[in-house]
Write a protein that binds this ligand. Sequence first.
Ligand SMILES: [Zn+2]
Length: 419
Amino acid sequence: MILRFACFSVALVVSSLALPAQQTSPTTANALASPTPVATPAGITDPKAATRAWLDTMPANEKTRSDAIALLLLTTKLSARIRDLAAALTSFRPIQAGICAIGFAIIIWALNLPLNCYEGFVREHQYGMSNQTFGAWFGESLKALTVALIILPVVFAVLYSIFRVAERTWWIWGTIVGIVLTTALTMAGPVFIEPVFNKYTPLTDPKIRDPILALARANEIPVQQVFVVDQSRQTKRVSANVSGLGGTTRIALNDNLLNQCTLPEIREVMAHEMGHYVLNHGAKITMSLAIFIFVGFALAAAIFNRVLRKRGPSWGVNGIADPAGFPLLMLIFATYGFLLTPIANTMSRTIEREADIFGLNAAREPDATAMVALKLGKYRKMEPTLLEEFIFFDHPSGRSRIRMAMDWKAAHLPCDEAR
Ligand SMILES: [Zn+2]
């Protein structure tokens, strides 16, 4: 999550859970520390590695990987063999689907391990962004796999029961399950999944806490406490979020933000996060995702059976209700998600820009905004071309953010003189 538009569908939620490169942040407002792109113009000693890392952030790379895994599972009939094994163990179909989920999750996790290790551990160290030992990184990868092994069997059992019963309308029901599932994961993530990876403790320093709470009160955000999350265990990146609904609303910032930034910078970052909350970005993203999921399943309904008529016999896949066909569903959704990348990134950037301007108006710290943009420039390209920004950037570039802050500073009259 990040605005994590990577999950357009159940299949993508499913595959992203099975690809534990880094801990996911299901909250919509994990603003400033999106893991991509990581190319950095400052503080790099190895330009060749930096160039490689920049190229590696291309979504095509991820898609090629997921396509290769899906095709491998289908063409080697590994997928069909997992299904046969599940059928030999039990005759109860939902449990069969659950067993298939476990098989897929473990195989996909293992096949992704080398590249995930490069991206999540080796490359992060090359950039001096990681604080983790290999053991700690691997432990987290195993934890993510465990989370997937708990959630996926249930998802598969439900989804494939529906596919079996509703042979013609499965894609409509799939859409409904997809929307319910993404919403549930978004809401449950901060409460149940994130604590598996990090500890949240109340911020006690009144010098930092009180100005943040004052900012929250001024913007009608119902919170009594600010939480600190110990992300310095994993990374040097700064990050914050406001998540939850009504009584469960929680403001959290990571300890890197606390240690690396001044109070005006912290206020600015928190004001941006509060912007996501006040402007209802969570609901807007959920609605966009619902549309993406609907179109994705409609596309799958149009394509799945056609492909299967040609290839089904050689892959040993019998139809949509056969869990052995899951890799084909993964392939369809990954292609669809890839084609949507510029649209999804543009939607995300637009929302981030709204939060940026809200943050400027609420915190009234344009210089701190510029400073934070520079600090984030350590792991983001500051001045991409317009095309690069359009296709690859899910947040405004450093240049755009600083320009916005300076425009605000130039245009904004002090309150007293504005009367
Ligand atoms: Zn944001």
